[in-house]
Design a protein. Structure first.
Length: 234
């Protein structure tokens, strides 16, 4: 047995047989008692009627007993037990039109013996797919170590390029052989990287290091051009 809250001052109870019982809360009952005191001729408060409706779902039919002031959302909640579908995956059609959850059966013209149609329309659920865990093999580990060894040598060459830049910015005319030697050493590191067979993580590290060396080569060429622009070469 399931209990659901409705939008008005009432609680809805869905019985195993599909019947929906709506119980008024205490404040609503007090209001009814007040109305009866104000109207001596009235012997009881006016309550909604229970109606029977047939819900067609594919080749199946479900009989529900519901208050006429229940909503189509209440009907969905009752059908959850019978169909094992999620309410969010249901569409209720009456006379060919899809009905909103908040609309009352009485307002839509549903009466005792009426037929409604249940259409299943699963909502799209985005499944979080975790990326596969990288596999670290002995070959990949060796390749990573080789790339890291080259990276250490590139660090020293990077310091050398920084020193050349400081000299050029200070107006010093640096010997051409200094630029050429630095460029040659950088080229050797590129050849070393090219000779490393790498897969997986090692391949990504090697690619990043290649780009780093190429950037340093461009810096050396630029510094050489700046140093000897309109100046004699030594």
């Amino acid at each position: 047995m399931m209990h659901h809250s409705t939008d008005d001052d009432s609680e809805m109870e869905v019985r195993p047989d599909g019947a929906i019982l709506v119980q008024q809360r205490d404040d609503a009952a007090s209001s009814s008692d007040s109305r009866r005191l104000q109207n001596p001729d009235s012997t009881s408060p006016v309550l909604g009627q229970t109606i029977s409706i047939t819900v067609s779902h594919d080749s199946s039919e479900h009989l529900l007993h519901v208050p006429d002031h229940a909503t189509f959302g209440d009907v969905k909640k009752a059908l959850v037990q019978k169909t094992e579908l999620e309410a969010s995956d249901m569409k209720i059609l009456f006379r060919g039109d899809e009905k909103d959850d908040a609309e009352q059966l009485l307002d839509a013209g549903v009466s005792d013996g009426s037929n409604v149609v249940l259409v299943e329309e699963p909502t799209e659920r985005v499944e979080q797919v975790e990326p596969p865990t990288p596999v670290m093999t002995e070959e990949i580990a060796k390749a990573i170590a080789a790339v890291q060894a080259v990276s250490g040598e590139v660090d020293e060459l990077s310091d050398r390029v920084v020193a050349l830049e400081a000299a050029v910015d200070g107006g010093t005319i640096v010997a051409v052989k200094e630029f050429d030697m630095t460029a040659e050493l950088l080229m050797r590191q590129l050849l070393k990287l090219d000779g490393i067979k790498a897969d997986g993580e090692a391949r990504l590290l090697r690619k990043a290091e290649v780009r780093r060396v190429q950037k340093l080569q461009e810096d050396v060429d630029t510094l050489k051009a700046r140093c000897y622009r309109a100046k004699p070469q030594l």
